[in-house]
Design a protein around this ligand. Structure first.
Ligand code: FPP
Ligand code: MG
Ligand code: MG
Length: 330
């Protein structure tokens, strides 16, 4: 995701600030134990879009003091929390590749990955304390929502519950919550009004959900060179995604074979040939475009919340940011 900023001055400012965030992050992941530093630096160095810090910085531009120590700290807090969750996520998803590098569980083992995630989350919590009690509460609520979303992903929808609604709840929790907090922290510590902070929090929730839904589409559509992850990982693990959900809903008789492949009681997609067949069928299925259209709608909804901001380059940048999420290719 390239810097989605139209105004040249704004882009230049954000680039400089992101560079400062990067330096600060490198310092925060250090430990006095060299091996812990090595494990914690592993995914930070492997790359990443820095999507959440960028949103903190962009949202801070909606306030009257867009760049200060608290904004910098908040940008680090959200990236460290995200990074921590990736170490844990790759254990649960048994993912081998992340950011084009071996996942921590692949390079070392599950124990190292879990404990490094814990280490990074502790670092993030320690930093949050510098932002005051309200920020600590928001961070704790965000963590609750992340974990609830992640756990909900492992359970079936309740009786009579719509599968898509259940899934959207998962997405809101596991991804929307931290992205909403990124926008919220930016607005708050950048000195925006409470009204703008509320609008940007809601904007973040929707953009965050759209970000995850795009990720779902990319899991199926992308080549590993583009995404830095192994395509079809969600599919192999039976993690529900938007395109799969849409195939299941369509009930088209022409989908009989694909539906059979997607039914874990009938097919085990750990089998390479079945997995490849399912991936091919899905890639060519109209559900992919339907899913993309759904994400574009979410981006439109997010942009409509920006009426709370004055016209100008910041609002425009946040609009472009939402569009970039809907059309992301990595
Ligand atoms: C990625 O989803 C996973 C998340 C966005 C959240 C994971 C949350 C936790 C593990 C709980 C919180 C833990 C801590 C320490 C903060 P995905 O697997 O669909 O995405 P991927 O394609 O990037 O793997
Ligand atoms: Mg994963
Ligand atoms: Mg996962």
């Amino acid at each position: 995701l390239a810097l989605p900023v139209l105004d040249a001055d704004l882009a230049e400012r954000l680039r400089g600030r992101l560079a400062e965030v990067e330096v600060a992050l490198a310092g925060h992941v250090r430990s006095r134990a060299p091996f812990v530093s090595e494990a914690a630096t592993h995914l930070l160095d492997a790359g990443g879009k820095r999507f959440r810090p960028l949103l903190v910085l962009l949202a801070a531009e909606a306030g009257d003091r867009p760049w200060n120590d608290e904004v910098l700290t908040a940008a680090c807090v959200v990236e460290l929390t995200h990074l921590a969750s990736l170490y844990h996520d790759d254990v649960m998803d048994e993912a081998q590749l992340r950011r084009g590098a071996p996942s921590a569980n692949a390079r070392w083992d599950n124990h190292v990955a879990i404990l490094t995630g814990d280490f990074l989350f502790s670092k993030s919590s320690e930093l949050t304390a510098e932002l005051g009690a309200d920020a600590v509460r928001i961070q704790a609520q965000t963590f609750t929502a992340l974990v609830e979303g992640q756990i909900l992903e492992t359970v079936e929808p309740g009786p009579g519950e719509d599968a898509l609604a259940h899934y959207l709840e998962v997405v809101a929790g596991k991804t929307g919550s931290l992205i909403a907090t990124s926008a919220r922290y930016g607005a708050r510590f950048g000195g925006a009004s409470p009204e703008v902070e509320r609008a940007l929090t809601s904007y973040g929730e929707i953009v965050g959900a759209a970000f995850q839904l795009s990720d779902d589409i990319l899991d199926i559509a992308s080549e590993s060179g583009e995404s830095g992850k192994t395509p079809g990982t969600d599919l192999r693990e039976g993690v529900p995604t938007l395109p799969v959900m849409m195939v299941r809903r369509s009930g088209d008789p022409a989908d009989a074979r694909l539906l059979e492949l997607l039914d874990p009681r009938r097919c085990d997609l750990a089998d390479d040939a079945l997995h490849a067949e399912a991936l091919d069928l899905l890639r060519a299925h109209p559900a992919m475009d339907e899913a993309r259209a759904y994400v574009v709608d979410r981006a439109r909804e997010a942009k409509s919340l920006l009426v709370a901001l004055p016209d100008g380059p910041v609002r425009e940048a946040l609009e472009t940011f939402a569009d970039a999420v809907a059309s992301r290719s990595s």
